[in-house]
Design a binder for this molecule. Structure first.
Ligand code: SF4
Ligand code: SF4
Length: 101
């Protein structure tokens, strides 16, 4: 059995952390700081845990692992301020399939 202490998600949001954003060729999340109130709901709902709350109160979360996003859209749906967060889908997700005539 592991000796590591289990940390639930509520506790995890109160922890101090020292990590840096991981470089990636994709940029799935665009924040608009004019509209974002820094409530961190988007970070809390992300099942991939790629968004980290900013240390500055009222600032939008940091996209720590952009390459891990699977474009579920939960972060956009939970945001109380439309336009504060935008999901930029990759080209392959934007394809439209039309019936062949
Ligand atoms: S789209 Fe889904 S996986 Fe990507 S950041 Fe938002 S909640 Fe997380
Ligand atoms: S849920 Fe919306 S308002 Fe709240 S931190 Fe995320 S982008 Fe900002």
């Amino acid at each position: 059995m592991s000796n590591q202490k289990k940390v639930d998600s509520k506790e995890a949001f109160n922890l101090e952390y020292t990590v840096s954003p991981v470089a990636s060729s994709v940029n799935p999340i665009i924040y608009n700081q004019e509209l974002c109130i820094g409530c961190n709901r988007c970070a809390q709902v992300c099942q991939c845990d790629i968004l980290f709350p900013s240390k500055e109160k009222g600032r939008h979360p940091i996209v720590m692992y952009p390459g891990e996003c699977y474009y579920c859209g939960a972060c956009v749906m939970v945001c109380p301020n439309p336009g504060a967060i935008t999901l930029k889908h990759p080209l392959m997700n934007r394809a439209k399939f039309v019936p062949v005539k």
